[in-house]
Design a protein around this ligand. Structure first.
Ligand code: ANZ
Length: 948
């Protein structure tokens, strides 16, 4: 800073300083607000506007909206917001109708935890956080259409979140049509007999409660008793996506247990295929697509039924290797499998090995003890490779359908309830986990694929010809794996005991949370416990104002606890008398709330038509901004920028809701986000003392490459930026010291947008100087007068200008803001060396920087004599004539001897080149006054003169 403003020598009165920047920026921010500069018109409705602008090509540019925490923003947060802002501004200047706005994601755990810590109501603290964040963001000069902003906690917004829940609740997935349909159409099919009612009785014979149960098996939103992820430490259940690979809560890092609880779910699994297939046409980073594919996890295999010996029961397994069926020598049920209780006999059958009983008196005792032990383990602990395999015999046998042999049925925790059917046929010859188990429990091992020579002592999972695989009806021996699979599947299908099937790793989405701070479910229960949807007229169902909104949490490792919903403590709210169409009756409200993902599942749609009280979005607005364009199988947001950490949670859920709304005819695009871009992270140095505790980065001093805090040496590593690591730098500080335009430029110049970069406050001044030079190129620092002249720029200046215009424009269109800034800098440095700056050059330079540094651009544009805002001016267009190579060398020969070399423009004409060559002093001298017989010209490289 000392170079630009030194105390000894007061700055020139009109120098671009932090104070001047602050003044310019505040004025233009007020102007933009008053003028509605960034308001994008809709074709119809309350936001309808200028038909000429509506007729332009549209661009819908979006950020992953922020979660307004109490800590406020640090400089890492706005990286993506600045990038989309530059991109949006560039597109406004290149003839687009640009929708760019920002809302707030404000329900959920963090807001609630913060509220609990500080003792204020979550609405109060959340709204204060939103206001604070709005002020921080406004300071950055982001060009948002503020009419379109909202928070997910606004009742006008969550009314529609609840409405969407009802659409999902009131629909089912028709697998034949591959789409969701209204549940009323399913009821009609049951009534008419077109579709068979599960069970033995006809639809007309079922009670209301029985019908509700049947429909619950089909609804896309349904309540069920299933093992769910219960997190006592947080006091709530969690979706699979919220549990880390080592079985802990993503938030808070508490242990997570499987517990059987009645919960709401979304049948996202119905869409597994479409969620995978439709990825192909999306313009998303390949890494994110791959993560989604893996998360959905499609595997092809077969379902096979095994009869339980001596009982009228069957165990269905999912296997990816039906070809190995002859080698299935035992079976395993997951501890939670429902059949475990059914198949256990009263006593151990004869021939039970001691090792199989775990010392228990009866199979029921053994199974009960084992289950208890398994319950305290996470899925990951259960499946860890190389872990000693545990399990107990159930006392039951099943019959291998191909060998006819009786094989023992075990319970073991390496089989998970949540995958396939929760039961496996174990083939130790080909599967390593089964091999380990068979070794521990002394079970037979039969190889059914010929391993390579010398393969011994372990399972063989590779390719090879089938062996030991024949009976009277089927002979697989000699077949390669794929052929054997096909043959077995055909055989099982014919016998009606199996079929080819595709299994997905994806589970249904657990949709209820035991929290106060979320959307209430628009569901009530009648006295028989049947769930009824509230009619649309009763939406929004607002959260009750309560005294006690804290969650009930427990000792983090106490798995024997169960959740308590805060809303259940409000009897007045819970018990209601309502008329749902058949007279006033008593009901109990659902007391769970929706997960915080709900609000972010569809917010892109609400930006399009935020005040619509009749519909979640009007068809015109949705079609206009997000509808499919020619040659696209789907529509969607034109650019969506956010962090890669949302690869599977938010992005998968939002895609799912889009598809349901699309199927039901509410929207025209079946994908929410056409192009996705992940910005990198802004990192910062973390300094730790000898105890490993982070010390405030701002207080660290550097001496000879070593770092000290209060005289004590500290270590330095690159890490995340944040309050907890005491290294946060706020945008407010940087704005105060240099101005928002400098901060914007610095963040964009740090490196390619998609890579992480370390923050360095000392480097920010570089961009400040760029703006100061730009200012000086237009304005006299002493008088404040504009210094540009009305002269034509020379050739070299035009070349420098058009090169920058061309390069920086392309860079901005392709999100390469760092290189765009490099080109602007180069041009500015060139112009700085000119004795006078031609007006046309200054103006185009201002237009060029306008997307990056909008405040200074507005100010200079105004000073250059324009009355309007620069925001909607046309971005300069490069003249290709100035982009070609500057000059080529032309050889001038006389009688075949080189007499001169000339630098000429590549596009020079033959006549022009001849003139230039004949006028060249060296040529004139060489000719010595001799006349010319002939001149041969090959522009632009050669002139050959034949003297007379
Ligand atoms: C017999 C077999 C033989 C298997 C063989 C594999 C190899 P992916 O590819 O992940 O879909 N399995 C099925 N359900 C399971 C569960 N709930 N918990 C643990 N394991 C389960 O894996 C499918 C394979 O994993 C299935 O195919 C089954 O073992 C096992 F040489 O069946 B396989």
């Amino acid at each position: 800073m000392s170079e630009t403003t030194s105390a000894a020598e007061p700055a020139a009165p009109h120098r671009y300083t932090a104070a001047l920047a602050a003044d310019i920026e505040a004025r233009w921010q007020d102007f933009w607000d008053a003028d509605g500069t960034y308001e994008a018109p809709n074709p119809t409705g309350d936001l309808a506007g200028d038909a000429e602008i509506v007729a332009r090509p549209k661009k819908f540019i979006m950020d992953m909206f922020p979660y307004p925490s109490g800590a406020g923003l640090h400089v890492g947060h706005p990286l993506g917001y600045i990038a989309t802002d530059v991109y949006a501004r560039y597109h406004r200047m290149t003839g687009h109708n640009v929708l760019h706005t920002l809302g707030f994601d404000a329900f959920g755990l963090p807001a609630e935890q913060y509220a609990v810590q500080t003792g204020t109501h979550p609405r109060v603290s959340t709204e204060a956080n939103i206001d604070n964040m709005k002020a921080q963001l406004r300071r950055l000069g982001l060009g948002h259409d503020k009419r379109r902003s909202f928070a997910t906690i606004d009742p006008d917004y969550y009314k529609w979140t609840q409405w969407i829940f009802l659409q999902i609740f009131n629909s089912w997935y028709d697998a034949d049509a591959r789409k969701a349909r209204p549940i009323s159409e399913l009821v009609a099919q049951f009534e008419s007999g077109e579709r068979e009612v599960p069970g033995t009785r006809a639809w007309s014979e079922l009670s209301e409660a029985e019908r509700a149960d049947v429909l619950g098996e089909y609804r896309l939103a349904y309540a069920s008793d299933a093992p769910v992820n219960w997190c006592p430490g947080l006091g709530t259940v969690l979706a699979n996506e919220e549990v880390t690979a080592d079985g802990r809560s993503e938030r808070g890092n508490f242990p997570v247990f499987k517990s059987k609880l009645r919960q709401w779910n979304m049948r996202i699994t119905a869409y597994a295929d479409r969620l995978i297939d439709d990825l192909d046409a999306l313009d998303w980073p390949e890494a994110i697509k791959l993560q989604q594919r893996n998360w959905i996890g499609r595997s092809e295999g077969a379902r096979v039924d095994f009869r339980v010996a001596g009982r009228d029961e069957k165990i269905t397994v999912f296997t990816t290797r039906p070809d190995t069926l002859f080698g299935a020598t035992y079976m395993v049920l997951a501890p939670e499998h429902g059949l475990v209780d059914t198949v256990v006999p009263a006593e151990w059958p004869q021939g039970t090995k001691d090792a199989w009983t775990a010392g228990a008196r009866t199979p029921a005792d053994a199974v009960a003890a084992y289950r208890k032990q398994a319950q305290s383990k996470t899925d990951v602990e259960r499946q860890t490779e190389g872990k000693d395999k545990t399990g107990v015999f159930t006392g039951a046998y099943a019959i291998n359908p191909l060998t006819g042999e009786q094989i023992p049925v075990f319970v073991a925790d390496y089989v998970l309830m949540g995958y396939g059917t929760g039961a496996i046929m174990a083939v130790p010859g080909q599967d390593e986990r089964d091999w380990e188990f068979a070794t521990v429990f002394d079970l037979p091992i039969v190889r059914t694929v010929q391993p390579p020579e010398g393969w011994e002592g372990e399972a063989y999972g590779g390719q090879g010809p089938a062996i030991n695989s024949a009976n009277a009806e089927i002979d697989l021996n000699g077949m390669e794996v794929d052929e054997a699979k096909r043959t077995v599947i055909a055989h099982l299908t014919e016998r009606g005991i199996g079929e080819g099937t595709i299994n997905f790793r994806l589970r249904d989405w657990l949709f209820s949370r035991q929290r106060y701070w979320g959307e209430p479910f628009p569901i009530v229960y009648d006295e028989a416990g049947v769930a009824h949807p509230l009619p649309e007229s009763m939406l929004p169902l607002e959260l009750p104002e309560v005294e006690d909104y804290s969650p009930r949490t427990f000792e983090p490792d106490d798995a024997d606890t169960s959740p308590e919903t805060p809303l259940s403590r409000n009897e007045d709210w819970v018990n209601v008398e309502l008329d749902l169409g058949d007279g006033v009756k008593r009901y109990r409200r659902e007391t769970n709330t929706m997960p915080n993902w709900a609000g972010s599942c569809w917010y892109e749609l609400r930006y399009l038509d935020p005040h619509n009280s009749e519909q979640l979005v009007s068809a015109e607005a949705e079609q206009y901004w997000m509808g499919p364009r020619e040659g696209q199988p789907h529509g969607g947001v034109d650019l969506y920028v956010g962090g890669a950490e949302h690869a599977v949670l938010h992005l998968l859920y939002a895609r799912f809701w889009s598809k349901v709304l699309f199927d039901l005819g509410h929207i025209a695009s079946n994908e929410p986000f056409h192009k996705l871009y992940n910005q990198g992270m802004i990192q910062a140095f973390v300094y730790r003392d000898s105890r490993g505790i982070a010390v405030p980065a701002a207080e660290v001093e550097e001496r000879d490459g070593k770092f000290f805090h209060q005289g004590e040496p500290v270590s330095r590593v690159l890490g995340k930026m944040g309050k907890s690591l005491k290294n946060a730098v706020t945008p407010d500080e940087i704005c105060a010291e240099y101005g928002a335009d400098t901060l914007r430029l610095y963040e964009m110049a740090m490196g390619p947008l998609d890579v992480s970069r370390p923050w360095d406050t000392r480097a920010v001044v570089g961009q400040y100087r760029l703006l100061q030079r730009l200012w000086r190129n237009v304005v006299d620092e002493n008088t404040g007068e504009v210094t540009v002249v009305d002269a034509e720029p020379d050739e070299a200046t035009l070349r420098a200008l058009h090169k920058a215009v061309d390069g920086a424009g392309q860079d901005m269109a392709n999100l390469r803001f760092n290189t765009a800034i490099a080109k602007v800098t180069e041009l500015n440095n060139f112009v700085t060396k000119l004795s006078e700056v031609p007006r046309s050059v200054a103006e185009r330079m201002v237009l060029l920087v306008a997307p990056l540094a909008p405040h200074i651009a507005e100010e200079l544009w105004r000073k250059l004599g324009h009355s309007g805002s620069v925001v909607h001016e046309a971005f300069p267009v490069a003249d290709p004539a100035y982009l070609v190579d500057e000059a080529v060398t032309c050889v001038v020969q006389i009688k075949g001897k080189v007499k001169a070399r000339l630098e000429v423009p590549p596009a020079i004409s033959d006549e022009e080149l001849e003139k230039v060559a004949l006028a060249d002093p060296a040529v004139v001298a060489a000719l010595g006054g001799a006349g010319i017989r002939k001149v041969i010209v090959r522009a632009p490289k050669l002139v050959n003169i034949v003297p007379a």
